[in-house]
Ligand binder design. Sequence first.
Ligand SMILES: Nc1ncnc2c1ncn2[C@@H]1O[C@H](COP(=O)(O)OP(=O)(O)OP(=O)(O)O)[C@@H](O)[C@H]1O
Length: 279
Amino acid sequence: MSEQCKTCPSNGGCNIDPADCGVEIEKSLLGALNSIRNVIVVMSGKGGVGKSSVTALIASSLAKEGYAVGILDADITGPSQPKAFGIQKPQITASEYGMTPPLTKLGIKLISINFFLPNEDDPVIWRGPLLAGAVNQFWGEVDWRDLDYLVVDLPPGTGDVPLTVIQSLPVNGIVIVSSPQDLAFMVVKKTINMAKKLNVPILGLIENMSYAICPHCGERLEIFGTSQGAKVANDSGLDFLGSLPWDTSLNIMVDEGKVEEYKSKEMNAIIDQILKKLP
Ligand SMILES: Nc1ncnc2c1ncn2[C@@H]1O[C@H](COP(=O)(O)OP(=O)(O)OP(=O)(O)O)[C@@H](O)[C@H]1O
């Protein structure tokens, strides 16, 4: 493996000739022009509660408010941001200031390990230190320039990558995402305790898939069990940022790469709260 491949996030896992890939960059200038005002980390205790979708919605809502926004997809083994935003196989260019992140339709700067894999469905089978190394490179070797908000999508749980991000990035606030299942709340408490132990401010809890609205009668149905978000937040001394409904149109938009087009009054109310905490 060439020296250049060793410092690349794909870690030699692609087939591109190092002479053609454009990521050989002078270390000293990497990230030198970056000025990131707020780093928001989105965590969940358990997989599948909608953390990546919520990350995409937070970033999209902030971009719609006119802020300069980036997304660091730190869910290295299960990256889903490229699909949600419909960015597949972008040509990544680089300058002496680092890799230039591709832009979404709203102009959100997005970086994800998927951009460096030969095929988007290739698995990333790395141990903790390599995963953590990729995240550090995405932070320090991407040419983010001026951002009002960098939203970080973490893998679920409290493993190596969440620990690396929380300990090595200047995190301004954590958003915790859960869903109404008992198990999800049991594990979400572990996440809350981890953030508390590491002394990083928690912006609050969002309960996703909290309920569904019957398309026929408009009744609010608690399909995943009784909503517990407000109670768990209250018991843990956290602010409850709000609930998001199960909404098939969100599911479809994420699948079609059009998450930026999703409109939600519930999300708008959540963003208002986040902006009050991190203006
Ligand atoms: N509120 C919602 N309404 C409808 N579908 C949703 C909602 N939230 C998430 N989904 C869908 O549920 C699936 C899982 O969501 P997502 O990938 O965001 O979860 P995750 O917690 O990030 O998962 P992972 O642990 O694998 O990273 C996706 O297909 C997504 O479109």
